[in-house]
Design a protein around this ligand. Structure first.
Ligand SMILES: [Zn+2]
Ligand SMILES: [Zn+2]
Length: 231
Protein backbone atom coordinates (compact mmCIF):
# COMPACT_ATOMS: atom_id res chain seq x y z
CA UNK A 1 0.00 0.00 0.00
CA UNK A 2 1.36 3.37 -0.95
CA UNK A 3 1.22 5.54 2.16
CA UNK A 4 2.80 8.57 0.59
CA UNK A 5 0.27 11.34 0.12
CA UNK A 6 1.28 14.46 -1.70
CA UNK A 7 -0.45 17.81 -1.63
CA UNK A 8 0.36 20.82 -3.77
CA UNK A 9 -0.73 23.81 -1.70
CA UNK A 10 1.11 26.33 -3.86
CA UNK A 11 -0.36 25.49 -7.24
CA UNK A 12 -3.75 26.90 -8.19
CA UNK A 13 -5.05 23.62 -9.57
CA UNK A 14 -3.84 21.76 -6.50
CA UNK A 15 -5.49 24.27 -4.19
CA UNK A 16 -8.82 23.98 -6.02
CA UNK A 17 -8.66 20.24 -5.74
CA UNK A 18 -7.95 20.45 -2.02
CA UNK A 19 -10.65 23.07 -1.43
CA UNK A 20 -13.40 20.93 -2.94
CA UNK A 21 -12.92 18.08 -0.55
CA UNK A 22 -12.65 18.14 3.22
CA UNK A 23 -10.74 14.93 3.67
CA UNK A 24 -8.04 13.93 6.09
CA UNK A 25 -4.72 12.83 4.67
CA UNK A 26 -1.84 11.15 6.43
CA UNK A 27 1.75 10.09 6.10
CA UNK A 28 3.59 7.60 8.28
CA UNK A 29 7.08 8.60 9.45
CA UNK A 30 9.07 5.79 11.09
CA UNK A 31 11.08 7.25 13.99
CA UNK A 32 13.55 6.00 16.61
CA UNK A 33 15.48 2.72 16.66
CA UNK A 34 12.12 1.02 17.37
CA UNK A 35 10.79 2.12 13.93
CA UNK A 36 7.81 3.60 15.69
CA UNK A 37 5.10 4.77 13.28
CA UNK A 38 4.74 8.48 13.93
CA UNK A 39 1.79 9.74 11.86
CA UNK A 40 1.45 13.16 10.32
CA UNK A 41 -2.25 13.76 9.64
CA UNK A 42 -3.83 16.83 8.10
CA UNK A 43 -7.08 18.41 7.04
CA UNK A 44 -7.01 18.56 3.26
CA UNK A 45 -9.06 21.75 3.18
CA UNK A 46 -7.13 23.89 5.67
CA UNK A 47 -3.74 22.08 5.55
CA UNK A 48 -3.70 22.21 9.34
CA UNK A 49 -2.05 19.14 10.79
CA UNK A 50 -1.51 17.08 13.91
CA UNK A 51 1.33 14.71 14.76
CA UNK A 52 0.46 11.44 16.46
CA UNK A 53 3.22 9.90 18.61
CA UNK A 54 6.38 11.83 17.80
CA UNK A 55 8.71 9.34 19.50
CA UNK A 56 11.84 11.17 18.35
CA UNK A 57 13.65 12.47 15.27
CA UNK A 58 11.84 15.79 15.48
CA UNK A 59 13.82 17.30 12.58
CA UNK A 60 12.62 14.52 10.28
CA UNK A 61 8.99 15.13 11.30
CA UNK A 62 9.31 18.90 10.75
CA UNK A 63 10.92 18.42 7.34
CA UNK A 64 8.13 16.08 6.25
CA UNK A 65 5.53 18.70 7.24
CA UNK A 66 7.39 21.48 5.41
CA UNK A 67 7.75 19.33 2.27
CA UNK A 68 4.00 18.60 2.34
CA UNK A 69 3.19 22.30 2.79
CA UNK A 70 1.20 21.75 5.96
CA UNK A 71 1.19 23.43 9.37
CA UNK A 72 1.40 21.35 12.54
CA UNK A 73 -1.11 22.69 15.10
CA UNK A 74 -1.04 20.05 17.83
CA UNK A 75 0.54 16.86 19.13
CA UNK A 76 -1.52 13.78 19.95
CA UNK A 77 -0.15 10.98 22.13
CA UNK A 78 -1.58 7.44 22.30
CA UNK A 79 0.34 6.33 25.41
CA UNK A 80 3.24 7.17 27.64
CA UNK A 81 5.96 4.87 26.28
CA UNK A 82 9.12 6.62 25.27
CA UNK A 83 9.25 5.33 21.69
CA UNK A 84 5.91 7.11 21.14
CA UNK A 85 6.35 10.17 23.33
CA UNK A 86 10.11 10.81 23.46
CA UNK A 87 9.98 13.72 20.99
CA UNK A 88 6.79 15.33 22.33
CA UNK A 89 8.37 17.91 24.65
CA UNK A 90 10.90 19.04 22.02
CA UNK A 91 8.30 19.34 19.26
CA UNK A 92 5.84 21.18 21.50
CA UNK A 93 8.51 23.63 22.56
CA UNK A 94 9.89 24.27 19.07
CA UNK A 95 6.46 24.93 17.54
CA UNK A 96 4.69 26.31 20.65
CA UNK A 97 1.79 23.93 20.14
CA UNK A 98 -0.43 22.05 22.62
CA UNK A 99 -0.22 18.37 23.57
CA UNK A 100 -3.38 16.26 23.82
CA UNK A 101 -3.34 12.77 25.32
CA UNK A 102 -2.78 10.20 26.56
CA UNK A 103 -5.37 9.35 29.27
CA UNK A 104 -4.34 10.42 32.78
CA UNK A 105 -3.79 6.80 33.84
CA UNK A 106 -0.50 6.93 31.88
CA UNK A 107 0.88 9.75 34.00
CA UNK A 108 3.17 7.32 35.83
CA UNK A 109 4.83 6.42 32.52
CA UNK A 110 5.46 10.11 31.75
CA UNK A 111 6.79 10.62 35.28
CA UNK A 112 9.15 7.69 34.70
CA UNK A 113 10.82 9.17 31.59
CA UNK A 114 14.33 9.02 33.13
CA UNK A 115 13.88 5.30 33.86
CA UNK A 116 12.33 4.73 30.43
CA UNK A 117 15.31 6.38 28.71
CA UNK A 118 17.52 3.80 30.38
CA UNK A 119 15.11 0.93 29.62
CA UNK A 120 14.74 1.84 25.91
CA UNK A 121 18.40 2.84 25.51
CA UNK A 122 17.44 6.40 24.55
CA UNK A 123 19.39 9.57 25.27
CA UNK A 124 17.75 11.47 28.15
CA UNK A 125 14.82 13.57 26.93
CA UNK A 126 12.42 15.90 28.74
CA UNK A 127 9.05 14.67 29.93
CA UNK A 128 5.88 16.75 29.69
CA UNK A 129 2.41 17.26 31.08
CA UNK A 130 -0.27 17.28 28.37
CA UNK A 131 -2.33 20.44 27.93
CA UNK A 132 -5.31 18.11 27.79
CA UNK A 133 -5.63 14.59 29.19
CA UNK A 134 -8.00 12.56 27.00
CA UNK A 135 -10.80 10.22 27.94
CA UNK A 136 -13.43 8.03 26.32
CA UNK A 137 -15.84 10.07 24.21
CA UNK A 138 -13.54 13.06 23.67
CA UNK A 139 -13.08 14.63 20.25
CA UNK A 140 -9.80 16.16 19.07
CA UNK A 141 -9.84 18.63 16.21
CA UNK A 142 -7.37 20.09 13.73
CA UNK A 143 -8.45 22.27 10.81
CA UNK A 144 -11.94 21.09 9.89
CA UNK A 145 -11.20 17.47 10.68
CA UNK A 146 -11.84 15.56 13.87
CA UNK A 147 -10.84 12.35 15.57
CA UNK A 148 -12.86 10.38 18.09
CA UNK A 149 -11.04 9.19 21.21
CA UNK A 150 -11.37 5.65 22.59
CA UNK A 151 -9.79 4.66 25.90
CA UNK A 152 -8.22 1.22 25.35
CA UNK A 153 -6.30 0.08 28.46
CA UNK A 154 -4.27 -3.13 28.57
CA UNK A 155 -0.87 -2.37 26.99
CA UNK A 156 -0.75 0.66 29.28
CA UNK A 157 -3.63 1.78 31.53
CA UNK A 158 -3.98 5.18 29.84
CA UNK A 159 -3.70 4.14 26.19
CA UNK A 160 -6.04 5.94 23.77
CA UNK A 161 -6.94 5.22 20.14
CA UNK A 162 -7.80 7.93 17.59
CA UNK A 163 -10.48 7.30 14.97
CA UNK A 164 -11.42 9.35 11.90
CA UNK A 165 -14.93 8.28 10.99
CA UNK A 166 -15.14 9.82 7.51
CA UNK A 167 -11.95 8.06 6.33
CA UNK A 168 -12.64 4.94 8.43
CA UNK A 169 -9.08 5.15 9.67
CA UNK A 170 -7.80 4.44 13.20
CA UNK A 171 -4.46 5.13 14.87
CA UNK A 172 -4.18 2.40 17.48
CA UNK A 173 -0.67 2.81 18.93
CA UNK A 174 0.45 -0.42 20.62
CA UNK A 175 -3.05 -1.82 21.24
CA UNK A 176 -3.26 -3.90 18.05
CA UNK A 177 -0.81 -4.94 15.34
CA UNK A 178 -1.09 -6.79 12.07
CA UNK A 179 -1.08 -10.40 13.34
CA UNK A 180 -0.46 -9.51 16.98
CA UNK A 181 -1.43 -7.37 19.97
CA UNK A 182 0.46 -5.12 22.36
CA UNK A 183 2.74 -6.45 25.11
CA UNK A 184 1.17 -6.66 28.55
CA UNK A 185 4.21 -7.56 30.64
CA UNK A 186 4.97 -3.96 31.60
CA UNK A 187 3.87 -2.45 34.94
CA UNK A 188 0.05 -2.13 34.99
CA UNK A 189 -0.23 -4.11 31.75
CA UNK A 190 -3.25 -6.41 31.63
CA UNK A 191 -3.75 -9.07 28.94
CA UNK A 192 -7.47 -9.74 29.47
CA UNK A 193 -8.20 -6.03 29.63
CA UNK A 194 -6.35 -5.49 26.34
CA UNK A 195 -8.40 -8.19 24.59
CA UNK A 196 -11.54 -6.63 26.04
CA UNK A 197 -10.52 -3.14 24.84
CA UNK A 198 -10.03 -4.43 21.30
CA UNK A 199 -13.24 -6.46 21.20
CA UNK A 200 -15.46 -3.84 22.81
CA UNK A 201 -13.95 -0.61 21.50
CA UNK A 202 -12.33 -1.37 18.14
CA UNK A 203 -14.28 -4.19 16.47
CA UNK A 204 -17.63 -2.32 16.67
CA UNK A 205 -16.12 0.48 14.53
CA UNK A 206 -16.37 -1.86 11.55
CA UNK A 207 -14.51 -4.56 9.63
CA UNK A 208 -13.63 -2.07 6.91
CA UNK A 209 -11.70 0.24 9.25
CA UNK A 210 -8.03 0.54 8.28
CA UNK A 211 -5.58 1.08 11.10
CA UNK A 212 -2.06 2.37 11.62
CA UNK A 213 -0.26 0.58 14.45
CA UNK A 214 2.60 1.88 16.54
CA UNK A 215 4.92 -0.51 14.72
CA UNK A 216 4.75 -2.53 11.50
CA UNK A 217 2.33 -2.57 8.61
CA UNK A 218 -1.25 -1.39 8.31
CA UNK A 219 -4.20 -3.79 8.36
CA UNK A 220 -7.97 -3.67 8.85
CA UNK A 221 -10.10 -4.61 11.84
CA UNK A 222 -11.89 -7.20 9.67
CA UNK A 223 -8.67 -8.97 8.68
CA UNK A 224 -7.44 -9.04 12.28
CA UNK A 225 -10.77 -10.24 13.62
CA UNK A 226 -10.58 -13.19 11.22
CA UNK A 227 -6.85 -14.00 11.20
CA UNK A 228 -5.15 -12.55 14.29
CA UNK A 229 -4.10 -15.54 16.48
CA UNK A 230 -5.11 -13.71 19.65
CA UNK A 231 -8.81 -13.80 18.67
ZN1 LIG B 1 4.00 0.93 23.99
ZN1 LIG C 1 5.69 1.12 20.85
Amino acid sequence: MDLTVMVKPCSISGYKQIFKSNKMKFKIIPVTSYAQNCSLIWCEKTLQAAVIDPGGEVDKILKTAIDAGIEIKKILVTHGHLDHAGGVAELAERLSIPIEGPHKDDQFWLDAFPEQCEMFGFPVVSSFTPDRWLQQGDIVEFGETELEVYHCPGHTPGHVVFFNRSEKLAFVGDVLFKGSIGRTDFPQGHHELLLQSIAQQLWPLGDDVKFVSGHGEMSTFGIERRTNPFF
